[in-house]
Design a protein around this ligand. Sequence first.
Ligand SMILES: NC(=O)c1ccc[n+]([C@@H]2O[C@H](COP(=O)([O-])OP(=O)(O)OC[C@H]3O[C@@H](n4cnc5c(N)ncnc54)[C@H](OP(=O)(O)O)[C@@H]3O)[C@@H](O)[C@H]2O)c1
Length: 229
Amino acid sequence: MGQEVASILAGKGWKIGVAGRREEKLKELQQLFPQNIEYQVIDVEKENAPEHLLSLIDKIGGMDLYFHGSGVGWHNGELDLSKELKTVSTNALGFTRMVDSAWHYFRQKGEGHIAVISSIAGVKGLGPAPSYSATKSFDNTYIQALAQLSRSSGLKIRFTDIRPGFVDTPLLDTSKHHYPMLMDQKKVARKIVRAVERKKRVAVIDWRYRILVFFWRLIPNCIWERIKL
Ligand SMILES: NC(=O)c1ccc[n+]([C@@H]2O[C@H](COP(=O)([O-])OP(=O)(O)OC[C@H]3O[C@@H](n4cnc5c(N)ncnc54)[C@H](OP(=O)(O)O)[C@@H]3O)[C@@H](O)[C@H]2O)c1
């Protein structure tokens, strides 16, 4: 989804810095928009990630929007510990490392916009994806905390928390599992860009998932914990 969002914004004339671990993917994207895209290999799990983010910001001449799309996740009903820990390391620790670095940059600059892709999975603990749902809930809460902190500190930093339902991307193993209401990533990317441009605080994508989330929240925990997903 990050790649699609970057392509849309570059197509609109934004100057974009893209990052991830796989250099070949970043290079491919950069070659599609050679005037508008710079890249930097960044692994959000590594302690040097904030330094690399600052070099990328230098390459593009400054930053107005930080967009965080990195994340991993698995169906992990068997509770494979390595998958659980990798998810926490990327979606919670890596997320905090990068979002905090962007926040410090914007604090110094005096303004900015931080947009993240979390998920509707953060609404409830999900048995088949324990660390995934827990880390997405962490992301939701963390952004809310930073929004409050920024306002109370008089900082003009805006926040957008994007919460998609199932999207057909490599993150989901569609050969092994069935995902209802699966969405096309190009369509989702357009909705994400619209939410970012409007600086929406929270954007659940799409309307069907907004209804689903509304009902999920109404289910008491004592009933939720008896549901087999
Ligand atoms: N697909 C869905 O149904 C769905 C639904 C709701 C939310 N989301 C969330 O949307 C976000 C994007 O996922 P996606 O569905 O687009 O899956 P994806 O195609 O697998 O994208 C995940 C991205 O995260 C990057 N990434 C993973 N680990 C990283 C690390 N340690 N350092 C830097 N980058 C890293 C990957 O790039 P490299 O591998 O090159 O590092 C890749 O670009 C994730 O946070 C995911 O949880 C997905």
